[in-house]
Write a protein that binds this ligand. Sequence first.
Ligand code: FAD
Ligand code: S2G
Ligand code: ZN
Length: 487
Amino acid sequence: MAPSSTPVSLPALPDGFLPALKRIVGDRGLLTKAEGILPHVTEQRGRFVGATACVVKPGTTGEVAQVIKLCQDHDIAIVPQGGNTGLVSAGIAFAEDRAIILNLSRMNKVRNLDPLNNTMTVEAGCILQNIQEAAAKADRFFPLSLGSEGSCQIGGNIASNAGGINVIRYGNTRALVLGLEVVTADGEIWDGLRSLRKDNTGYDLKQLFIGSEGTLGVITAAVLKLFPAMKERSTAFIGLRQLDDAPPLLGLAQSLIGEALNSFELIPRIALDFALKHGQDITDPLGQPYDWYILLEASAGTPQANLPLLFESFLEQALEAGLIHDAALAQNTAQADSFWRLRENITLCQKAEGGSIKHDIAVPLSAIPAFISKANAAVESYLPGIRPYPFGHIGDGNIHYNLSQPPGMDINDYLAHWDRLNRIVHDIVVDMGGSISAEHGIGRVKLEENLHYKSPLEIRMMQQIKQSLDPKNLMNPGKLLPVSPRS
Ligand code: FAD
Ligand code: S2G
Ligand code: ZN
């Protein structure tokens, strides 16, 4: 069941707790008034509103450690928070969590950038876009890129193991982190900020915290991998004859363009229609309607790369093979950016059309056309008038299978179908050997669904790890794993 969204009265904080907190972080590091707290307890889509007595914003790793120790002493839970752009309510506190929110925004320094070692050491509160820009200034490339990059923070990206549009070439966040600094649940500072590609001295502890959704400790800094700056970029917006042609088209692109291929994104006609209707400065790149589009991009580190030639021969061969109807090859950066503006408008423009019940799923790439047609048939027979809105990172098997509210249906009547539609879609996904959360994580919103599908052994193993690293269950209780009684 989705989390409650009716804020209930909050248990008061123990006497002396707030003054002690203020002594650690000072006035500017503490929000206790409702208007200051509200944005921190409102989930991205405004679907759920949580509750907390205070938001604390430490300025240093030492302050984070002191805050955690204070919470330990008073048995107060902690919800770590970055940019609060998460989509599974993992970064907000709910009344029943009896937690404070520990927001990392003030820890936003780039501690070191070593172009020769191709590494960058950043604090958790660095906004992703600022990291990308700092890397570019040093003639390097940091490939993590998502629609929320203007406000999400690297600590949240790491804790949610974010994906985005460049995963087929560079992997998820998990593949981009070399070292972490973490404050553990008992307030110890673990300095794991190693900038090595090889370190085989025991368990790879950082991997426990990557994707842990704030349930094991607070990430305060990270060493990130950097790559050579991209000097050549080719971008195409393609109209498909049919969805079945997407997997062979990717195969052709990978065989002809090779590892220079960064992104391969699926866009359905309905998303283009919504973007043209609600978006700013959006044009239809092909000028006539197709049912499905692919936005793909390749890049190379050398300006003389023969990427444009490879790209053109790929498009010619795809046309000859009857895999595509039409294509627009961006003639300049402005045109390439206009294709991406369309893509990044998809979420916002769906919101403008009303309620969206979202499914962030992954199935084997070859199964995606079958999944979409099976899921469409299932949801349309369950709720006639519902509008499937499948888009996203088809290149790595991840589809955002979002369902737009039937026109004319009351939003609350529609959202009442949340659980039933989740189960219809997720049953099909799991039958196809897929995952019910490809990149957004579990949080609170998908907790029950995850428990339904994940093997009891996997849940037990995760609970054993949680129990050993956070025995008092203070770190983000009730997210990712079922709430276990506080010891
Ligand atoms: P928050 O939302 O603040 O927190 C997310 C999780 O991380 C929570 O569990 C929180 O407790 C934990 N956390 C945050 N900071 C820390 C820390 N320092 N230490 C420990 N735990 C911490 N996601 C994708 O993966 N791919 C996409 O393509 C994508 N596109 C998006 C597009 C839009 C328009 C929007 C609104 C969201 C999108 N997202 C996407 C979801 C979201 O942006 C990502 O999950 C992002 O990584 C969250 O970062 P954040 O800083 O906002 O984290
Ligand atoms: C994206 C955003 C969330 C959604 O844009 O790639 O991760 O499902 C998604 O709208
Ligand atoms: Zn995505």
